[in-house]
Design a binder for this molecule. Structure first.
Ligand code: FES
Length: 339
């Protein structure tokens, strides 16, 4: 029996390794070309200490000097001793470069580029290498902008079909933006595009309590990937509500996909909030105007937010104003003026 271990490095790079049930995470990583820092390999020095964010595992043999009971209770483990019992997400306190991890580069071709609205493109890429790409739903990739001297832009996956090797993204149309200009004027089906990744610490953690998802504009993309994953593993054990904020009715995209998730996931609900006072949507204003006490569940909630920096700050301020400290608050800021 072997398990999939996501190693998240402190520079935001993620690599997946396959680890046998009787194999240590350090050995599995080393076998696959990743050198997690270690000294003794015997559970004595603590050099390989990591934090296990999700999954079940055996701690193995070690001395208290290397790992205290308090640390073990808080999810820390020694990678040279840890044996997985399920798939795990492990935070490695070291950069990917320090672990000799090579950057994963994928050569892909465009299979679809579509204007979903004035403000949003859908881009689909396909590549043989993508069939083996693992990512944590919510993470992003860097896409080189063809013909722009190696400049790249970062986009969250909106879905990733390993079977057909297709990665999909939502891309904001920014006037004068490098990628926007490329997609508008030059991109064609079949054109080559280089992708690296996956990256990022914004990803769906284990569902242990109600979840509030807050999306601003194309910040919807990572939530589509998360919901896709949840639908594929059989649903949601806790209520999950998504508030999707846009500027105008014309900016609303992927509503069919959200309706589909709401049908397939009984615990999932969503609402759309539009800034424009003339919107036909019933909820107007900013996302923070429509966060209710029920959504916050007296703080027993995990909050995920993907949107521009002012939205992140507004939500953080709102939580302070209503005096609610959520169990966790994960966010991904993107610069809405660069694309
Ligand atoms: Fe020393 Fe793991 S390498 S405790």
């Amino acid at each position: 029996m072997s398990y999939n271990i996501a190693l998240n490095f402190e520079d935001g790079v993620t690599r997946f390794v396959e680890c046998g049930g009787h194999e240590s995470v350090v050995d599995a990583a080393y076998r696959q070309g990743i050198n997690i820092p270690m000294d003794c390999r015997e559970g004595a020095c603590s050099t390989c200490k990591c934090r296990v964010e999700s999954g079940e595992y055996l701690l193995g043999d070690y001395i208290e000097d290397a790992l205290s009971q308090d640390e073990a209770d808080r999810g820390y483990a020694l990678a040279c001793q840890m044996r997985p019992k399920t798939d795990c997400v492990v935070l490695v306190s070291s950069s990917s470069a320090a672990c000799s991890t090579k950057q994963e580069i994928f050569t892909t071709s465009i299979t679809e580029v579509r204007r979903l609205s004035d403000s949003t493109f859908a881009l689909e890429l396909q590549g043989e290498g993508l069939k083996s790409l693992n990512f944590l739903p919510g993470q992003y990739a860097n896409l080189d902008v063809p013909g722009e001297g190696g400049h790249h832009r970062s986009y969250s996956f909106s879905s990733m079909g390993a079977a057909d090797g297709r990665a999909r993204f939502l891309i904001r149309n920014v006037p004068g933006g490098l990628m926007s200009g490329y997609l508008k004027e030059r991109a064609q089906v079949g054109a080559t595009l280089t992708m690296t990744g996956p990256y990022g610490s914004f990803y769906l953690r284990k569902l242990e309590r109600p979840v509030l998802m807050l999306a601003g504009g194309t910040g919807l993309a990572p939530f589509l990937a998360m919901l896709d994953k949840l639908a594929s593993v059989g649903g949601l054990a806790h209520p999950t509500h998504l508030i999707y904020g846009v500027n105008t009715d014309r900016d609303i995209v992927e509503q069919d996909a959200l309706d589909d998730f709401a049908n397939r996931l009984p615990n999932f609900t969503y609402s759309i909030v539009v800034v424009d006072a003339n919107s036909e949507q019933p909820k107007k204003g900013y996302v923070t105007h429509h966060i209710t006490p029920e959504h916050l569940n007296e703080g027993n909630v995990d909050i995920y937010l993907c949107g521009p920096p002012p939205m992140v700050e507004a939500v953080a301020q709102h939580l302070r104003d209503v005096d609610v400290k959520s169990v966790s608050f994960h966010f991904e800021k993107f610069n809405a003026s660069i694309s």
